[in-house]
Design a protein around this ligand. Structure first.
Ligand code: R5P
Length: 333
Protein backbone atom coordinates (compact mmCIF):
# COMPACT_ATOMS: atom_id res chain seq x y z
CA UNK A 1 0.00 0.00 0.00
CA UNK A 2 1.47 3.34 -0.94
CA UNK A 3 1.32 6.19 1.54
CA UNK A 4 1.45 9.90 1.05
CA UNK A 5 4.79 11.42 2.10
CA UNK A 6 4.63 12.54 5.72
CA UNK A 7 1.74 10.23 6.66
CA UNK A 8 2.72 8.34 9.83
CA UNK A 9 2.79 4.56 9.42
CA UNK A 10 1.74 2.27 12.26
CA UNK A 11 5.34 1.55 13.37
CA UNK A 12 6.29 5.21 13.51
CA UNK A 13 5.91 6.80 16.97
CA UNK A 14 3.48 9.71 16.96
CA UNK A 15 5.36 11.52 19.73
CA UNK A 16 8.59 13.43 19.67
CA UNK A 17 11.45 11.56 21.33
CA UNK A 18 13.75 14.58 21.55
CA UNK A 19 13.20 17.14 24.36
CA UNK A 20 10.18 18.99 23.02
CA UNK A 21 10.93 22.46 24.22
CA UNK A 22 14.60 22.95 23.55
CA UNK A 23 17.20 24.24 25.99
CA UNK A 24 16.24 25.50 29.45
CA UNK A 25 16.38 29.27 29.67
CA UNK A 26 15.91 31.32 32.85
CA UNK A 27 14.66 34.89 32.95
CA UNK A 28 13.72 37.13 35.84
CA UNK A 29 11.67 40.27 36.17
CA UNK A 30 12.76 42.85 38.72
CA UNK A 31 10.49 41.73 41.59
CA UNK A 32 12.90 39.30 43.29
CA UNK A 33 16.25 39.09 41.50
CA UNK A 34 18.11 37.52 44.48
CA UNK A 35 15.71 34.54 44.47
CA UNK A 36 16.12 34.16 40.69
CA UNK A 37 19.90 34.21 41.20
CA UNK A 38 19.66 31.46 43.84
CA UNK A 39 17.48 29.32 41.54
CA UNK A 40 20.01 29.85 38.76
CA UNK A 41 22.82 28.71 41.10
CA UNK A 42 20.85 25.60 42.08
CA UNK A 43 20.25 24.69 38.44
CA UNK A 44 23.71 25.77 37.28
CA UNK A 45 21.92 27.57 34.44
CA UNK A 46 22.78 31.27 34.03
CA UNK A 47 20.08 33.91 34.19
CA UNK A 48 19.41 35.31 30.75
CA UNK A 49 19.87 39.02 30.26
CA UNK A 50 16.91 41.22 29.48
CA UNK A 51 16.71 44.96 29.28
CA UNK A 52 13.82 46.13 31.50
CA UNK A 53 13.13 49.75 32.31
CA UNK A 54 10.37 52.32 32.56
CA UNK A 55 9.95 55.29 30.27
CA UNK A 56 9.22 58.67 31.91
CA UNK A 57 5.52 57.97 31.29
CA UNK A 58 5.83 54.76 33.43
CA UNK A 59 5.40 52.44 30.42
CA UNK A 60 7.55 49.35 30.94
CA UNK A 61 9.94 48.36 28.14
CA UNK A 62 11.45 44.88 27.78
CA UNK A 63 13.99 43.58 25.29
CA UNK A 64 15.60 40.13 25.39
CA UNK A 65 19.29 40.13 24.63
CA UNK A 66 19.34 36.72 22.87
CA UNK A 67 17.00 34.56 20.82
CA UNK A 68 14.60 32.25 22.70
CA UNK A 69 13.09 30.66 19.61
CA UNK A 70 11.76 27.14 20.35
CA UNK A 71 13.36 27.11 23.82
CA UNK A 72 11.98 26.07 27.23
CA UNK A 73 11.71 29.36 29.09
CA UNK A 74 11.14 29.82 32.84
CA UNK A 75 10.29 33.37 33.83
CA UNK A 76 10.66 34.10 37.56
CA UNK A 77 8.53 36.96 38.87
CA UNK A 78 6.59 36.95 42.15
CA UNK A 79 3.82 39.53 42.01
CA UNK A 80 5.00 41.23 45.19
CA UNK A 81 5.62 44.90 46.01
CA UNK A 82 5.28 47.04 43.98
CA UNK A 83 2.43 44.64 43.18
CA UNK A 84 0.81 46.31 40.19
CA UNK A 85 4.13 47.01 38.50
CA UNK A 86 5.28 43.43 39.12
CA UNK A 87 2.10 42.09 37.52
CA UNK A 88 2.37 44.35 34.48
CA UNK A 89 6.05 43.50 34.09
CA UNK A 90 5.25 39.78 34.26
CA UNK A 91 2.60 40.15 31.54
CA UNK A 92 4.83 42.24 29.30
CA UNK A 93 7.71 39.77 29.68
CA UNK A 94 5.42 36.85 28.80
CA UNK A 95 4.22 38.75 25.74
CA UNK A 96 7.82 39.49 24.77
CA UNK A 97 8.74 35.80 25.06
CA UNK A 98 5.68 34.70 23.10
CA UNK A 99 6.38 37.16 20.28
CA UNK A 100 10.01 35.99 20.28
CA UNK A 101 8.70 32.46 19.52
CA UNK A 102 9.70 30.76 22.79
CA UNK A 103 8.83 27.05 22.60
CA UNK A 104 7.19 26.96 26.03
CA UNK A 105 6.77 29.65 28.69
CA UNK A 106 6.46 28.72 32.36
CA UNK A 107 5.54 31.65 34.59
CA UNK A 108 7.27 31.01 37.93
CA UNK A 109 5.23 33.10 40.39
CA UNK A 110 6.51 32.23 43.89
CA UNK A 111 4.06 34.72 45.45
CA UNK A 112 0.66 35.25 43.79
CA UNK A 113 -0.48 38.81 44.59
CA UNK A 114 -4.23 39.49 44.83
CA UNK A 115 -4.63 35.86 45.97
CA UNK A 116 -6.85 37.02 48.82
CA UNK A 117 -9.38 38.53 46.38
CA UNK A 118 -10.52 35.07 45.35
CA UNK A 119 -14.29 35.13 45.77
CA UNK A 120 -17.33 37.35 45.53
CA UNK A 121 -18.08 37.34 49.24
CA UNK A 122 -20.11 40.58 49.17
CA UNK A 123 -22.11 42.32 46.45
CA UNK A 124 -20.36 44.34 43.74
CA UNK A 125 -16.75 43.22 44.35
CA UNK A 126 -14.27 41.78 41.84
CA UNK A 127 -12.52 38.40 41.81
CA UNK A 128 -9.11 39.83 41.03
CA UNK A 129 -7.24 36.55 41.53
CA UNK A 130 -9.25 35.21 38.56
CA UNK A 131 -8.67 38.36 36.49
CA UNK A 132 -4.90 38.02 36.98
CA UNK A 133 -5.05 34.33 36.00
CA UNK A 134 -6.88 35.27 32.79
CA UNK A 135 -4.33 37.97 31.99
CA UNK A 136 -1.38 35.60 32.51
CA UNK A 137 -2.99 33.04 30.22
CA UNK A 138 -3.94 35.54 27.53
CA UNK A 139 -0.44 37.03 27.62
CA UNK A 140 0.84 33.60 26.52
CA UNK A 141 2.06 31.57 29.51
CA UNK A 142 1.84 27.82 28.89
CA UNK A 143 2.20 26.78 32.54
CA UNK A 144 2.40 28.30 35.99
CA UNK A 145 4.60 27.29 38.92
CA UNK A 146 3.72 28.85 42.25
CA UNK A 147 4.05 28.38 46.02
CA UNK A 148 1.35 28.27 48.71
CA UNK A 149 -1.56 30.05 47.08
CA UNK A 150 -3.85 31.76 49.58
CA UNK A 151 -6.52 29.25 48.50
CA UNK A 152 -5.71 26.12 46.49
CA UNK A 153 -8.83 26.69 44.38
CA UNK A 154 -7.03 29.55 42.59
CA UNK A 155 -5.34 26.77 40.58
CA UNK A 156 -8.73 26.28 38.92
CA UNK A 157 -8.81 29.92 37.77
CA UNK A 158 -6.28 28.84 35.13
CA UNK A 159 -7.03 26.74 32.08
CA UNK A 160 -3.31 25.94 31.74
CA UNK A 161 -1.40 23.53 34.04
CA UNK A 162 -0.50 24.92 37.48
CA UNK A 163 2.08 23.32 39.76
CA UNK A 164 1.48 24.63 43.27
CA UNK A 165 4.29 23.73 45.65
CA UNK A 166 4.30 24.24 49.40
CA UNK A 167 7.04 25.62 51.62
CA UNK A 168 5.51 23.97 54.68
CA UNK A 169 7.96 21.00 54.73
CA UNK A 170 10.83 23.51 54.71
CA UNK A 171 9.33 25.34 57.71
CA UNK A 172 8.51 22.06 59.50
CA UNK A 173 12.10 20.87 59.05
CA UNK A 174 13.42 24.14 60.46
CA UNK A 175 11.34 23.88 63.63
CA UNK A 176 12.01 20.16 63.99
CA UNK A 177 15.75 20.82 63.90
CA UNK A 178 15.33 23.59 66.48
CA UNK A 179 13.86 20.97 68.79
CA UNK A 180 11.41 23.28 70.57
CA UNK A 181 10.19 21.61 73.75
CA UNK A 182 6.49 21.30 74.53
CA UNK A 183 5.22 22.99 71.34
CA UNK A 184 1.66 23.87 70.34
CA UNK A 185 0.87 24.82 66.75
CA UNK A 186 -1.51 27.76 66.39
CA UNK A 187 -3.77 28.62 63.45
CA UNK A 188 -4.20 32.43 63.58
CA UNK A 189 -7.66 32.16 61.99
CA UNK A 190 -10.12 29.45 61.08
CA UNK A 191 -9.02 29.56 57.41
CA UNK A 192 -5.49 28.59 58.42
CA UNK A 193 -6.63 25.53 60.37
CA UNK A 194 -5.90 22.88 57.73
CA UNK A 195 -2.39 24.15 57.11
CA UNK A 196 -1.71 24.39 60.86
CA UNK A 197 -3.17 20.92 61.46
CA UNK A 198 -0.81 19.38 58.88
CA UNK A 199 2.06 21.28 60.48
CA UNK A 200 1.04 19.99 63.94
CA UNK A 201 0.84 16.43 62.63
CA UNK A 202 4.30 16.69 61.08
CA UNK A 203 5.75 17.94 64.39
CA UNK A 204 3.62 15.58 66.46
CA UNK A 205 2.29 18.57 68.42
CA UNK A 206 -1.19 19.65 69.55
CA UNK A 207 -3.19 22.30 67.69
CA UNK A 208 -4.90 25.51 68.87
CA UNK A 209 -7.10 27.73 66.70
CA UNK A 210 -7.78 31.46 66.97
CA UNK A 211 -11.13 32.66 65.75
CA UNK A 212 -10.61 36.02 64.10
CA UNK A 213 -13.02 38.33 62.33
CA UNK A 214 -12.12 41.28 60.13
CA UNK A 215 -13.97 44.58 60.67
CA UNK A 216 -15.61 45.72 57.40
CA UNK A 217 -12.95 45.90 54.67
CA UNK A 218 -10.29 47.45 56.87
CA UNK A 219 -7.12 45.41 57.26
CA UNK A 220 -7.49 45.56 61.05
CA UNK A 221 -8.23 42.14 62.50
CA UNK A 222 -10.14 41.49 65.72
CA UNK A 223 -9.28 38.41 67.72
CA UNK A 224 -12.34 36.86 69.27
CA UNK A 225 -11.50 33.52 70.77
CA UNK A 226 -8.85 30.83 71.25
CA UNK A 227 -9.75 27.17 70.98
CA UNK A 228 -7.23 24.79 72.58
CA UNK A 229 -4.73 24.77 75.48
CA UNK A 230 -1.57 26.84 75.24
CA UNK A 231 -0.69 27.49 78.90
CA UNK A 232 2.94 26.65 79.65
CA UNK A 233 3.57 25.66 76.02
CA UNK A 234 5.79 27.17 73.34
CA UNK A 235 3.51 28.38 70.56
CA UNK A 236 4.29 28.30 66.83
CA UNK A 237 1.80 30.34 64.79
CA UNK A 238 1.49 29.07 61.20
CA UNK A 239 0.04 31.14 58.34
CA UNK A 240 0.39 31.46 54.57
CA UNK A 241 1.44 35.09 54.63
CA UNK A 242 2.25 37.94 56.97
CA UNK A 243 0.97 41.17 55.52
CA UNK A 244 0.43 44.09 57.93
CA UNK A 245 1.15 41.82 60.89
CA UNK A 246 -2.29 42.55 62.40
CA UNK A 247 -3.28 38.89 62.58
CA UNK A 248 0.03 37.95 64.19
CA UNK A 249 -0.09 40.80 66.70
CA UNK A 250 -3.61 39.79 67.72
CA UNK A 251 -2.55 36.15 67.99
CA UNK A 252 0.49 37.12 70.06
CA UNK A 253 -1.66 39.05 72.56
CA UNK A 254 -4.21 36.32 73.11
CA UNK A 255 -1.51 33.64 73.38
CA UNK A 256 0.31 35.70 76.02
CA UNK A 257 -2.94 36.27 77.94
CA UNK A 258 -3.64 32.55 77.90
CA UNK A 259 -0.21 31.73 79.30
CA UNK A 260 1.87 30.62 76.30
CA UNK A 261 5.62 30.80 76.98
CA UNK A 262 7.83 31.48 73.94
CA UNK A 263 5.91 32.55 70.85
CA UNK A 264 7.21 31.83 67.34
CA UNK A 265 5.55 32.63 64.03
CA UNK A 266 6.09 31.28 60.54
CA UNK A 267 4.60 31.87 57.12
CA UNK A 268 5.59 31.17 53.54
CA UNK A 269 5.28 34.77 52.34
CA UNK A 270 6.79 37.68 54.31
CA UNK A 271 4.94 40.55 52.64
CA UNK A 272 5.41 42.91 55.61
CA UNK A 273 3.29 45.85 54.43
CA UNK A 274 3.34 48.88 56.76
CA UNK A 275 3.09 48.89 59.74
CA UNK A 276 4.21 45.22 60.01
CA UNK A 277 7.84 45.96 60.86
CA UNK A 278 7.07 48.45 63.67
CA UNK A 279 4.18 46.37 64.93
CA UNK A 280 6.01 43.05 65.05
CA UNK A 281 9.33 44.47 66.26
CA UNK A 282 7.54 45.92 69.29
CA UNK A 283 6.32 42.46 70.37
CA UNK A 284 8.40 39.78 71.98
CA UNK A 285 8.40 37.08 69.31
CA UNK A 286 11.11 34.48 69.90
CA UNK A 287 11.47 34.23 66.11
CA UNK A 288 9.53 35.02 62.92
CA UNK A 289 10.36 32.63 60.09
CA UNK A 290 9.43 33.25 56.45
CA UNK A 291 10.81 32.26 53.04
CA UNK A 292 12.26 34.31 50.20
CA UNK A 293 9.25 34.01 47.85
CA UNK A 294 8.95 37.76 48.38
CA UNK A 295 11.95 40.08 48.36
CA UNK A 296 12.58 41.43 51.86
CA UNK A 297 14.48 44.72 51.46
CA UNK A 298 16.80 46.01 54.23
CA UNK A 299 14.12 48.35 55.63
CA UNK A 300 11.88 45.33 56.28
CA UNK A 301 14.51 43.37 58.18
CA UNK A 302 13.74 43.11 61.88
CA UNK A 303 15.14 41.43 64.96
CA UNK A 304 14.47 37.71 65.21
CA UNK A 305 13.53 37.44 61.51
CA UNK A 306 14.76 34.27 59.80
CA UNK A 307 14.44 33.85 56.04
CA UNK A 308 14.65 30.36 54.50
CA UNK A 309 15.13 29.94 50.76
CA UNK A 310 12.68 28.20 48.44
CA UNK A 311 15.30 28.26 45.67
CA UNK A 312 16.24 24.55 45.96
CA UNK A 313 12.54 23.61 45.90
CA UNK A 314 11.73 25.77 42.87
CA UNK A 315 14.99 24.83 41.14
CA UNK A 316 14.20 21.14 41.48
CA UNK A 317 10.64 21.60 40.20
CA UNK A 318 11.89 23.62 37.23
CA UNK A 319 14.38 20.84 36.45
CA UNK A 320 11.61 18.25 36.55
CA UNK A 321 9.20 20.28 34.43
CA UNK A 322 11.98 20.67 31.87
CA UNK A 323 12.86 16.98 31.75
CA UNK A 324 9.26 15.78 32.06
CA UNK A 325 9.82 14.03 35.41
CA UNK A 326 7.06 13.78 37.98
CA UNK A 327 6.66 16.80 40.23
CA UNK A 328 4.06 15.06 42.37
CA UNK A 329 6.65 12.45 43.30
CA UNK A 330 8.55 15.13 45.22
CA UNK A 331 5.76 15.30 47.80
CA UNK A 332 6.20 11.57 48.40
CA UNK A 333 10.00 11.69 48.59
C1 R5P B 1 -5.61 35.80 55.81
O1 R5P B 1 -6.59 35.19 55.49
C2 R5P B 1 -4.22 35.28 55.61
O2 R5P B 1 -4.13 33.91 55.79
C3 R5P B 1 -3.28 35.97 56.56
O3 R5P B 1 -3.70 35.71 57.89
C4 R5P B 1 -3.31 37.44 56.32
O4 R5P B 1 -2.92 37.67 55.00
C5 R5P B 1 -2.39 38.18 57.22
O5 R5P B 1 -2.63 39.54 57.04
P1 R5P B 1 -2.18 40.59 58.14
O6 R5P B 1 -0.74 40.31 58.44
O7 R5P B 1 -2.38 41.94 57.48
O8 R5P B 1 -3.06 40.40 59.32
Amino acid sequence: MSMLPGTPCAEEPMYHEEPMYGTMRLFSGRANMPLAQRISEYLKVPLDEAEIFEFPNENIFVRLKKSVRAQDVFLIQPTCSPVNRSIMELLIMIDTLKRASAGRITAVIPYYGYGRTDKKDQPRVPITARLIADMITVAGANRVLTVDLHAGQIQGFFSIPVDEMTAMPLLVRYFREKGIANPVIVAPDVGATKRARNFAQALDAPLAVIEKRRVENRPTARVLNLIGRVRGKNAIIVDDEIDTGGSLAGAFEILRKRGAQEIYACATHGVFSPPAVERLSALGFAEIVVTDTVLIPPEKQMPHLKVLSVAPLLGEVIRRIHTGESVGAMALA
